[in-house]
Each structure stands twice: as structure tokens, then as C-alpha cells.
Design a protein around this ligand. Sequence first.
Ligand SMILES: Nc1ncnc2c1ncn2[C@@H]1O[C@H](COP(=O)(O)OP(=O)(O)O)[C@@H](O)[C@H]1O
Ligand SMILES: C[C@@](O)(CCOP(=O)(O)OP(=O)(O)O)CC(=O)O
Length: 431
Amino acid sequence: MFSAPGKAFVAGGYLVLDPKYKAFVIALSSRMYAHAHVENGTGEHIEVRVKSPQFAEGEWCYKIDLSRPDRAEEIHGRGNPFVKSTIDVVLLYLAPKQTKRITVTIFSDPEYHSQKDSTPKTSKNGLKTLYFHSQPIHKVAKTGLGSSAGLVACLTTALLSCFSENFDVKSETTLNRIHNLAQVAHCHAQGKIGSGFDVAAATFGSIVYRRFDPQLVNRVIESWKNEDLVQLVDNTDWKIEHTKCCLPPGIKLLMGDIVGGSETPKLVSKVLEWRKKEPERSLETWTHLNSSNMRLVESLEKLQDLSKSQPETYKLSLRSLVEGNKSGFSDVVSSIQGIRRYLKIMTLESGAEIEPDQQTELLDYCMSLNGVLGGVVPGAGGYDAVCLLVAEEAIRDVVERTKDLSVTWLNLHEQETGIREEDVSSFIGFL
Ligand SMILES: Nc1ncnc2c1ncn2[C@@H]1O[C@H](COP(=O)(O)OP(=O)(O)O)[C@@H](O)[C@H]1O
Ligand SMILES: C[C@@](O)(CCOP(=O)(O)OP(=O)(O)O)CC(=O)O
């Protein structure tokens, strides 16, 4: 069984669409899981059954002709574009010659979806609780952790593992192969090429990310040939960057779900329109925003170093932070203020509600609390979520002081690892 983490896109939304800029994405403890069971098949077909038992009608069964391995047919006429595209891309890449019967079972941790109309169930060993929804997957509201990227990343991994003797997700080559295939599958399913930050975080974990050239993926989707896909996945420099970066000790991420929701594509098109109409002003804003984003990354790295070189000094700074003295963390605080200042300018000038007034009020209040380094609207912003960086010891107090506001803190934290192998014992009773 393999799993991939959800994401909180802390800094670099919009800018990351352009490979000139980098973004900072934090991987989360809420994960998506894929368990594969493989048997020898008969006849001229591969059968891939994907089950997602937490959702109504959550089963898709594909028959794949060995002579046309990239064109899976769902036998009940049910659709799941992300499942289908992943199967198509992985089989186009592998071009298998032997029949197999594969069953992949998908699970997702509770924080990915709204828990409305759902029932919790706990595994036999009592360690894992999952929510079972009465609606099909496409009708269940999402919280924004990146469910399709998680699904594509762990399904790609599970499928590859069925065709490989010594499959090891700790190998860099394997991880890069998973990433490249998952990016192609995700773009193909979406019908557009995004920046890919969500697939990269699902694969590599908490990272500073620079995107790939969309033409690389476009060309392969258009040609749809095994040799072009193999060349792209195994022998092409994508020029992406995925440098590990995580929060320093004692500092935690709090993700808050907001009642409401925003449509990312609409926000993106407004921002890109503004960029076209006001090239100078928008470039100036993006340049300042980018320096604040990169200052945040650098200051987190510095704190990480300080916590190792001068652990006592660092501990004292953390203690003071909980008591309201933020001076040991002033670079983080001011870079987050900078990020918010330029996101607000983008909001006002582009008309895209990236940090709407309701979120400004909530974030200003949170920033005034002891132990809070700052907070931002993650990703594309809007009415989806907020995220805060908080001293671990102050979390309880922050939750208490925000309990009457329109925000629900999700039960998750940073977990910097990307794809990893899982022990199935926590899933006994679900499988
Ligand atoms: N647990 C799951 N089981 C099966 N399919 C899933 C699951 N989670 C996500 N998906 C697929 O991903 C789609 C949601 O993708 P998308 O709208 O891009 O949301 P997100 O922003 O969370 O990635 C679902 O409609 C479904 O096709
Ligand atoms: C605007 C963006 O840079 C970031 C959007 O980030 P979100 O985390 O808001 O994305 P969704 O979960 O798909 O809504 C677009 C992109 O990078 O593709």
C-alpha cells in the first residue's frame, strides 16, 4: 500500500504559473492511500478495477486490450476522469505484454472532504478512522487539500508497483518517474496544464517548487505515443525544482476551512487579464510579492539552522513567542506581512477576490494573537481557506480564541514526506 500527502499552498500562488518564480508548498498529514492486489489474467485483456469504497458508486472497472493498452474502457459506463487518465497514461508508458487482473482500493483521510452526510468507521486495530459518504465522489464538497493530485500520485505508484519486481518508492529514479507520469495523467484528466504544484507536493512532500514547461506535456498528450512518453518520463530534463523545505521545530501549520468557496479558474483568468492589461504595475507587484515569498522560505531555513546550532537560544525565542514577543521570528512575521500586502494589491487592482475583506479581518485578528507568526490565504485564495503558522504551544489558545468565528480548524499538521509505503494493518476492516 502506498500513500501521498495533501497540500497547503503557503506562498507563490499565481506566480508559480510562470517558471520564472518559485512557490512554497507544505505537505500535510492527511493522506490518500492506494492498495494494489494483482493476479495473473486470462485472454487478451488487462483488467483494472479501482474501488473507492468511501463514496457511493465508488467502483470503476476498466478492460484494456493488450494491443491498445492506452485506451481503457469502463465496463459499467461510469466515469472518473482522473482514474481513467492515470490508467491510460501508465499503460501507454509500460506497454505491457501479459494479461493481469489488478484491483486498487483507494482511501482518503477525513480532512479532504466535507463530512456532511457521512458516517465514520474505525479500523479493526482502532488506529484509523475514515468517513463513508452517501454521495458519489463528484458530488461531495472538497476542502482544497488536492484530492485529484493525491489520487493520481498514489494510483500511479500502485499501478507501477504491479509491473515491477523490486519497486522502491525511496529510489530517486522511481520517484521522478512517478512524478512525471502523474503530471501527464493529471494534465490530461483536467484538459489543461496547471503549474503542477499539487502533483509535485503529493509526490515529493514539502517543497520549494518551480514548474515545468507546459509544452513538454502538451506535445506528448498530442502525439500519444509510447516512445514519446517514455522519452519524456525517463530521458528528458523537465527543469523543475523541488527542493525540500519544511517548518522549523515547534512551529506548526494550522489550516482553517472557511464556509464558502471560490473557483480557482475564474480567479486565475482575472489575474492573468490584469497582468496583460497592466504589464508594468503587475510586474512590479509580482516582483515584490516574489521577494516576500522567497524571504519567507529563507527565514524558515535560517530558523531551522538556528534550532540546530543554538538550540537553547531557539527554545527561548519559542517561549517568548508563546508569550507574545515575536522578535526572534521577525523575518517570518515581516515576510508574511509583505505577502499579504501584495496579495491585497492584486485583489484590489485585478478584481479577483484573492484576499477578500472577510479574510483580511480574520487574518488580522489571528495575527494579533500570541504565538501566531502570521497567516495567509493559501493557493489561489478566495473564500476557501486560511492557513496560519503558529507556535505549537499556542495552538489550543488560538483555537479557543477563534471558536466563534467562521473558520473550522482542520485536524492536520505538516508531514514533510511525499509518497511512501504504508503498513496495511491500520486498514484491516476496510480492505
Ligand atoms: N477518493 C477518491 N476516489 C476516487 N476519485 C477521487 C477521489 N478523490 C478525488 N477523486 C477524483 O478527483 C476529482 C476531484 O478533482 P478536482 O475537482 O481537481 O479536486 P481537487 O481540487 O481536490 O483536486 C473527483 O471528482 C474524482 O474524479
Ligand atoms: C492559482 C494557482 O497558482 C494555484 C491554485 O492553488 P489552489 O490550492 O487554490 O488550487 P485548487 O486546489 O486547484 O483550487 C494555479 C496553479 O498553480 O495551477
